[in-house]
Design a protein around this ligand. Structure first.
Ligand code: ADP
Length: 481
């Protein structure tokens, strides 16, 4: 297969560049193991050049009228959309998700560029009623400056646009370190940004195998004023510590441990469909994937039966093949972790309804799995599985399930299914999560604020709030009037 938009060099200051040392690293297709490209493996000195290019580019970019930035972002959006198929092929090749999901990611990722191209024009300041006759108060909103982004592999395109489009719209410039598993989509997006006319240095993409070293540089570099990170909670905490010395602003989108609660009065078919959508998308490899399914006594048997039947029929295979709904996991480590969590649950008394082991296809596939008889002490109750495992817990009443759902250090996403209005309001208010899906299993959209509380991090992406993460407030007092 020839992949259009395939680039293997870094994108710095508007040009393609290798590492000074000439080093490269392999990017593989998780479905076949084939090497897709040997990508420039940047060292700190290379990344330093990108940071300084972003600093130079900032001078002009921040001063442009928002409408000019908006037009360039719009041109980028149009190119991304026009290249949907090429980008989807690239995403499936390096990340593994089925093509139809990859196309969905392109549309989802592009929607942030569309949205923020419009929001660029709506960064309003304030005029504050004065305290005296001789003075006036105003508040300006100004771009923070040079920003850095560190992004994960599960959405190689959308996790970049969600940050970069907001940053660029606000007048910031950016250096993006994509995941070493999926740098190709990021580099393709840089090519489209170049074609759109986004000026040199405004968006730089710096692939590197040395995530820890480059991460430290981005955190400690005094020119960078803000870091936006999506990834694991452990790495997020490390980055926050590393950012302390330069007091950088931070947005952290970290791990989740999403409960999915089905009350007796729920619509069964809707709940099963929602559980599958929220659990098995991207083979369970999203931070908002359902992690723990709590089902009330009265509906438990019917729910488990229906869920099991549908999960058992999910078509597993290479994401590039037609009709495949479940691609491979990203790497062997991911499979080992999933297998370990299932074994732990089974050892402590959980029952395998379907699946439960590495798939006969071999490689990094794992069988779509349903477990019942789950109990709170099992590891799956506390750890993010990041795989196609649906563990079902049984509960008696509302108070009990709210306590169980909130009994986690994470607070990203929760889902629940019910029809009683009083119950819906009460449960919504009691759940300690940044986002809640009510009778809905897929709720991410560029229109609404995405983000978590507790150890899932802070900051919001998308929506009218997303651009606020990239501006500073400046209060000015006009005296002597
Ligand atoms: P995941 O488990 O989803 O791979 P990670 O947090 O490991 O989550 O990865 C998310 C991003 O963080 C990737 O771009 C990865 O390269 C980067 N990363 C991993 N370890 C570090 C680190 N020590 N410092 C900075 N970035 C890191």
């Amino acid at each position: 297969m020839t992949l259009a938009l395939l680039h293997d060099q870094a994108f710095i200051d508007g040009a393609w560049a290798g590492a000074d040392t000439g080093a490269t690293f392999d990017v593989r297709n998780p479905a076949t193991g084939a090497v897709l490209a040997r990508v420039a493996d940047l060292a700190a000195a290379d990344v330093e050049r990108a940071i300084l290019a972003a600093e130079r580019a900032l001078v002009d970019w921040r001063q442009r009228p928002a409408k000019e930035r908006a037009k360039l972002l719009r041109a980028w959006f149009d190119l991304i959309t026009a290249h949907t198929e090429d980008l989807a092929q690239l995403i499936t090749a390096e990340q593994g998700k089925p093509l139809y999901e990859a196309r969905g990611e392109v549309a989802f990722g592009a929607s942030f560029v569309d949205w923020f191209s419009e929001e660029a024009k709506r960064v309003y300041g304030d005029v504050i009623p004065s305290a005296g006759r001789d003075r006036r108060f105003i508040v300006l909103k100004q771009p923070i400056g040079v920003c850095a982004a560190i992004t994960p592999w599960n959405f190689p395109l959308a996790m970049i646009t969600r940050k970069a489009a907001a940053a660029l719209a606000a007048g910031c410039t950016m250096v993006v370190k994509p995941s070493e598993e999926t740098p190709l989509t990021a580099l393709a997006m840089a090519e489209l940004a170049r074609q759109a006319g986004i000026p040199a240095g405004v968006l730089n993409i710096v692939p590197s195998k040395n995530a820890a070293g480059i991460g430290r540089l981005l955190c400690e570099h005094p020119v960078i004023r803000k870091l936006s990170f999506t990834g694991s909670t452990a790495v997020g905490k490390l980055l926050m510590r590393q950012c302390a010395d330069t007091l950088k602003k931070l947005s952290l989108e970290l791990g989740g441990n999403a409960p999915f609660i089905v009350f007796d009065d729920a619509d069964l078919d809707l709940a099963v469909a929602g559980a599958i959508a929220s659990k098995f998308r991207n083979s369970g490899q999203t931070c908002v994937c359902t992690n723990r399914i709590y089902v009330q006594d009265g509906i438990h048997a019917a729910f488990v039966a229906k869920l099991t039947e549908q999960v058992a029929s999910l078509k597993v295979g290479d994401g590039a093949a037609p009709e495949v709904l479940q691609g491979p996991l990203i790497n062997a480590k991911a499979v080992a972790k999933v297998a370990e969590l299932v074994d732990d649950a089974v050892d402590r008394g959980a029952r395998i309804e379907t699946g439960g082991k590495p798939h006969a296809l071999g490689g990094t596939w794992f069988e779509p799995t349903v477990l019942s008889g789950m109990q709170a002490p099992m590891r799956l109750a506390q750890e993010e599985a990041f795989g196609p495992i649906a563990p079902v817990f049984r509960f008696k009443d509302e108070a009990e399930v709210i306590r169980l759902a909130n009994d986690t250090r994470y607070g990203l996403m929760a889902y629940f299914y019910a029809r009683d209005v009083n119950r819906i309001w009460h449960v919504l208010e009691e759940l300690q999560f940044g986002m809640v899906g009510i009778n809905e299993g897929l709720i991410s959209t560029e229109l609404a604020p995405f983000g978590g509380i507790k150890e899932s991090g802070f900051g919001r992406e998308g929506s009218k709030y997303g651009i606020e993460e990239y501006v500073e407030l400046k209060y000015a007092c006009f005296g002597g009037l």
